[in-house]
Design a binder for this molecule. Structure first.
Ligand code: ATP
Length: 315
């Protein structure tokens, strides 16, 4: 029932330097090929540990370890398979944590992931209280470009929040935690074989502060829930707190349903304008990715070389 092998099998192509001939070698990777180091973090269903390869001690990985019995008890097996499938589909992306290998032993499942050494976006915002306009522009441009990439590949994340946005050594954003993603298949859309992003899904709630009003009001979401979450994060970068926050989930939901939020003193007008056009109750009236990218706030951002831009001084 687990969509994982005991050891990962990788086909490596080796080119003969003299003849140029390419030979294929099958190598396997299992738990004994890695040295486990300190714990990096704890999720609801997993522990994430730093590891190095015994074949290359300079190569670091983040290993997500999931306890099989616990997953079965909590009925979360489905989510593990979704995470693997989503990461595999997105494996060539600049904006998604890379999945190198998966394997299992008697007790656990192992996801060998790209290690993001600069922590997550929540920790970054907490450390500095809030972000400058320049930093907000830099990080949010990557997030919206990343969301665009996910959607173009038929993946709706559905739980975008600062904890799920990790940072590489050179401060580039990387989405993680795809366990609750919606993976679309290509269908006939207006005569073309493509992903129908308007596919609705229900019976799912992400995280209270970032959940979209259509989920609470009408019990459905489509790709535009990720855009809503983006609007919340954009607000949070400047304000230092999410727009919809109350002492408990119920009260948070009330605020989301009424789109009841206020800008903090000194909140830049240009970002207010953008937030006001994204945090719109009716998803049909919410700004789309294309219009967000061409908003005046991103006028100085060349999206074609976005991922090569150096980060601004933090603050
Ligand atoms: P959740 O409770 O959000 O469902 P989870 O069980 O899916 O959590 P993750 O959120 O993926 O687990 O990971 C838990 C923590 O481990 C993260 O908050 C982060 O601090 C750390 N972590 C996860 N992946 C990486 C990585 N690739 N590089 C560095 N740290 C990581």
């Amino acid at each position: 029932e687990w969509a994982l092998r005991g050891a990962a099998r990788i086909v490596k192509e080796v080119k003969n330097p003299v003849t140029g001939e390419i030979t294929k070698h099958v190598i396997t990777r299992g738990i004994n090929d890695f040295k486990f180091c300190q714990e990096l973090g704890d999720g609801s269903y997993s522990t994430v540990v730093l590891a190095t390869s015994i074949h290359d001690p300079f190569k670091k990985y983040a290993v997500k370890i999931l306890n099989k019995a616990y997953l079965v008890r909590q009925k979360k097996v489905k989510y593990v398979n979704i995470e693997k499938q989503a990461l595999q589909r997105l494996n060539n992306s600049k904006c998604v944590i890379k999945l190198f290998y998966t394997f299992q032993d008697e007790q656990s499942l192992y996801f060998l992931l790209e290690y993001a050494p600069s922590g997550d976006l929540l920790a970054l915002m907490k450390k500095h209280g809030s972000l400058s306009e320049d930093c907000t522009r830099y990080y949010s441009a990557q997030i919206i470009d990343g969301i665009d990439y996910l959607h173009k590949h038929g993946i709706i994340h559905r739980d975008i929040k600062p904890e799920n946005i990790l940072l590489t050594e050179d401060m580039k954003v990387k989405f993680t935690d795809f366990g609750t993603a919606k993976i679309l298949d290509k269908t006939n859309v207006n005569g073309n074989n493509e992903y129908d992003l308007l596919t609705r899904s229900n019976s799912f709630v992400g995280t209270a502060e970032y959940v979209s009003p259509e989920l609470l009001n009408d019990n459905y979401v489509d790709y535009r829930c990720d855009i809503w979450a983006f609007g919340c994060i954009l607000y949070q970068m400047i304000a230092g707190k999410p727009p919809f926050k109350a002492s408990n989930e119920y009260l948070t939901f009330q605020k989301v349903m009424k789109v009841q939020f206020a800008f903090t003193a000194g909140f830049p007008l240009i970002v207010r304008d953008l937030v006001n056009k994204i945090l719109v109750k009716d998803p049909n009236k919410r700004l789309g990715v294309k219009d967000i990218k061409s908003h005046f706030f991103y006028e100085s951002i060349p999206f074609n070389i976005l991922w090569d831009l150096p980060p601004p001084p933090i603050g």
